[in-house]
Design a protein around this ligand. Structure first.
Ligand SMILES: C[S@@+](CC[C@H](N)C(=O)[O-])C[C@H]1O[C@@H](n2cnc3c(N)ncnc32)[C@H](O)[C@@H]1O
Length: 465
């Protein structure tokens, strides 16, 4: 039998009433296990804490970072909002069922315990992605096949028709994960991965995935109102993600539809809810601040301009080497993604040039994504270990400095590093990495809760350097 993960509302305490007491006295609260939120937003490894703070800022209930993503929310509208607004999430799943599963028969029985007619009819198509293994279930292909058989058999028996499989563009995408003696079924709400915003037609040599670019912008502490500079902008993912964020443009607004809009259960009420969310998103867009990019490569600049135009953003671009980049007047931010890998090996000056750049921009919020251990003589205000695809990277943030603190940053010390949230036990309160409270709240719609911020696999496309 399958059991629903986290869906029902449960009380956290059982109240014991002393028998015979005239006052029905409370004897002792007995703590029960905290019920798991219903949805799970997946994220690139290391960016979970940033996604957690983003979902919190979007007003989504109970965000809890875990390995590979963030649990949150209970109502379908929570999942719809995350699909529409999250810049860092890759996918949004509903954890549908989790059951003991040692072999193919257990898997078939567990999958059969879910009512699939809620999502599928004879016309709709299905795809299954399987991960994991155990002693008896050693092939993901077999796991996917048994899962599909259980769904198809159930629907054929109930309705006399069966859904077809469409691996590329299914109406319903189901993830099945076998781990030890358990299997978990997760429904994909997103459809295509959420990193695909629809504006990227032009790819540079090593573009940053949109979701990781958004994570870096969030980590940077840039206020979202002042000018933003990327002096190695390539095809422009950082400038564009920053611009969309600052302009309060919901990244999912350009999608024709999400995965959940293709299910049988997507009824008129759900349609109205999503239409309202889209309307709210359209209403809160505002102009972006100046977005200033430069690069030595003219072709990259052309790509950046074309991508930005498709995203509906104006960018100011110049062909210029790193060493010539200077900060615009009046503060602002700098984010960048220097080349690494083979190209770094050929460019021994890059670490030195980057340090000089960070020093010239000392009055701005600055952040970069570099491979772990990338040499620098500057002390970062904070750093976060992340993965860019399979590559171990680090987000480094250098807070804007006054004249006196510049000397401290120039001391060659290791940055204060934070382990990816997923590697820490979930005990302390979520800590936000986002913009500080004095800035606007560009992450989400006006209805979203405003929080103050204290300063302080679907892996991304690997950077080829
Ligand atoms: C990793 S790519 C940046 C990718 C970018 N974030 C994107 O999303 O497309 C690094 C960029 O730095 C540029 N670059 C390398 N050395 C440079 C230098 N010394 N000055 C300015 N740009 C440089 C390259 O032309 C390349 O476009």
């Amino acid at each position: 039998m399958s059991e629903r993960v986290g869906a029902p509302e449960q009380t956290n305490f059982s109240l014991a009433i002393a028998p015979g007491s005239p006052n029905r006295r409370l004897v002792s609260p007995r703590p029960g296990p905290a019920p798991q939120p219903r949805f799970f937003a997946t994220a690139a490894k290391g960016t979970e804490s940033l996604l957690e703070s983003e979902l919190m800022e979007l007003g989504l209930p109970e965000p809890r970072a875990a390995r590979g993503g963030v649990y949150f929310g209970r109502r379908p509208a929570d999942a719809y909002r995350a699909c529409l607004w999250s810049r860092i999430a890759l996918r949004v799943h509903e954890q549908l069922a989790s059951f003991p599963c040692r072999d193919g028969d257990d898997l078939y029985a567990g999958v059969s315990g879910v009512d699939w007619s809620r999502y599928l009819d004879g016309e709709r198509t299905l795809a299954i992605r399987a991960t994991g293994r155990n002693e008896h279930l050693t092939h993901t292909h077999f796991i996917a096949l048994r899962t599909k058989d259980a769904i198809v058999d159930q629907l054929r028996a109930r309705r006399g028709s069966r859904p077809n499989v469409d691996r590329d563009d299914p109406d319903l995408l189901l993830f099945v994960r076998v781990h030890g003696d358990r299997a978990t079924l997760s429904l994909d709400y997103s459809g295509a991965s959420l990193h695909a915003r629809g504006f990227r037609a032009e790819e540079g040599a090593a573009p940053l995935r949109e979701t990781l670019a958004a994570a870096l912008v969030r980590f940077s502490g840039w206020d979202g109102c002042s000018p933003l500079v990327d002096p190695m902008c390539g095809s422009g993912m950082l400038l564009i993600e920053a611009g969309l964020w600052a302009a309060r443009r919901a990244p999912g607004l350009s999608r024709p539809r999400f995965g959940f809009e293709r299910w049988s259960s997507f009824d008129d009420d759900a349609r109205r809810t999503v239409a309202d969310l889209r309307g709210e998103a359209r209403a809160c867009a505002r102009p972006a601040p100046p977005l200033l990019g430069s690069d030595t490569d003219v072709r990259a600049l052309e790509q950046c301009r074309a991508n930005a135009a498709r995203a509906g953003l104006a960018v100011t671009l110049e062909q210029r080497a790193l060493g010539e980049a200077t900060p615009p007047g009046g503060g602002g931010g700098l984010v960048t993604n220097p080349p690494y890998g083979e190209r770094l090996a050929r460019s021994e000056h890059l670490p030195r040039d980057l340090d000089a750049l960070l020093e010239r921009f000392a009055g701005q919020q600055r952040a970069l994504i570099v491979p772990r251990g990338f040499p620098s003589r500057l002390r970062a205000s904070r750093s976060l270990a992340v993965y860019n695809g399979p590559i171990e990277c680090e987000l480094r943030r250098h807070d804007a400095l006054g004249q006196r603190s510049r000397a401290i940053e120039s001391r060659s010390e290791k940055p204060r590093s934070e382990k990816p949230r997923s590697e820490k036990p979930r005990s302390e309160k979520p800590r936000s990495e986002g913009p500080r409270s004095e800035g606007p709240n560009p992450a989400g719609p006006p209805a979203a809760r405003r929080l103050s911020f204290r300063s302080k696999k679907e892996p991304g496309s690997p950077q080829r350097g």
